[in-house]
Write a protein that binds this ligand. Structure first.
Ligand code: GTP
Ligand code: MG
Length: 346
């Protein structure tokens, strides 16, 4: 090997540093304090999945941070660009007001300083909500999955089921979408693919009864994660939202010993309509977190910021494709780095 050019003495300290770091990481891993591979994967996947989103933000914001100074025109353009990126009027106005205050207070002159402050604000918004583990280890959980038609609920359930199973959890799926023709079959196919049992009744049955059966089966079989698939429904349809409340009621009543989590699935392309969905579903069944799907397409993703900022709902997962492995835990820093990279201001 061509090592002759190396000075072994000079290489030694570097090796020691590496060795010490390895020992530290192994120690942390064994204490369960660091999920290293999970975290690395999460960052990388979030970065990969939001590339198109990043390009959309670059188109909307690119020129703004390259302006020669911070004047009224700068603020107007920034506000407009945030709104165009689906951040929503309310959140955009609030963000701009906050940034203006910071500029006045600190006497900033460079648009790049505003970019950094906006980047940090985005990370903070998401990070302050992300403290709770969506699916805590060793905790029996019923995950109720809700959202409008076609948002990606059933596909996301398969992704989460596979990921949970690979972490050693015993998962069971409940086919509580008894409404749409073919929905039960679709969930059964996913169940077969990922090797997870599906509790179902016949089409047209009562979603509450299926949920009841699934929780009973989980108790009998010692399953620790029940994921309930529900029919897609327009958030404006009162009777369908009432039906969802009943399902939630059954989980609360029957799921003794189980943590209840409600996951709202939102198509990342939905734009501001996602906000109306999030409000209505949260009012009906109190959502705990969001899965933002289809980020691999042209989603602008700004809706995530509006939902986090206005409703305080964390984004837990990102859907990054149609395959079962296309799931990533949402990484706020990677998201902010991709939509507002330093290069956008230089
Ligand atoms: N590109 C992409 N497609 C996705 C993603 N998630 C789901 N899909 C696609 O979106 C379509 C709808 O997905 P479903 O999982 O059936 O959606 P759903 O919310 O269960 O739909 P309903 O049961 O009809 O309400 C399917 O074609 C999926 O393959 C994603 O992250 N990326
Ligand atoms: Mg479905």
């Amino acid at each position: 090997m061509a090592l002759s050019g190396l000075n072994p003495a000079a290489a030694l300290p570097g090796r020691w540093v590496k060795l010490i770091e390895t020992i530290r990481v192994v120690a942390l891993l064994s204490e369960g304090k660091l999920k290293m591979f999970g975290r690395l994967r999460r960052k990388q996947k979030t970065e990969e999945s939001v590339q198109k989103t990043g390009a959309a933000w670059k188109r909307a914001l690119g020129g703004i941070f390259r302006r020669s100074g911070i004047d009224d025109g700068f603020w107007e353009e920034l506000e407009e660009a945030l709104i165009v990126s689906d951040v929503g009027v309310k959140t955009s106005l609030e963000l701009v007001a906050e940034l203006r205050e910071l500029v006045d207070k600190n006497g900033w002159k460079e648009p790049g300083q505003v970019r950094q402050a906006l980047h940090d604000r985005i990370v903070e918004t998401f990070a302050s909500l992300a403290e709770e583990d969506p699916l805590p280890d060793k905790t029996k959980t019923v995950l109720l999955v809700v959202g409008v038609n076609g948002a990606g609920k059933t596909t996301s359930i398969a992704k989460i089921a596979q990921s949970a199973k690979s972490e050693g959890r015993s998962v069971l799926l409940a086919a509580a979408d008894t409404f749409r023709a073919g929905a039960i079959e679709q969930l059964k196919i996913w169940g077969d693919r990922v090797g997870v049992p599906v509790i179902a009744q016949s089409a047209g049955g009562d979603p509450g009864a299926v949920t009841f059966d699934a929780i009973s089966a989980a108790k009998a079989r010692g399953a620790d994660l029940v994921i309930v698939d529900t029919a897609g429904r327009l958030h404006t349809k009162h009777n369908l939202m009432e039906e969802l409340k009943k399902v939630r009621g059954i989980i609360d009543r029957e799921g003794e010993g189980f943590l209840t989590r409600v996951l709202l699935v939102i198509d990342g392309n939905t734009g501001q309509n996602g906000m109306a969905q999030a409000k209505a579903f949260t009012e009906a069944v109190h959502c705990d977190g969001v899965m933002l799907t289809k980020l691999d397409s042209t989603a602008k993703g700004g809706i995530a910021l509006a939902i986090a900022g206005e409703l305080g709902l964390p984004v837990w997962f990102a859907g990054t494709g149609e395959k079962v492995g296309d799931l990533s835990e949402f990484d706020p820093a990677a998201f902010a780095d991709t939509i507002l990279p330093e290069s956008i201001a230089s």
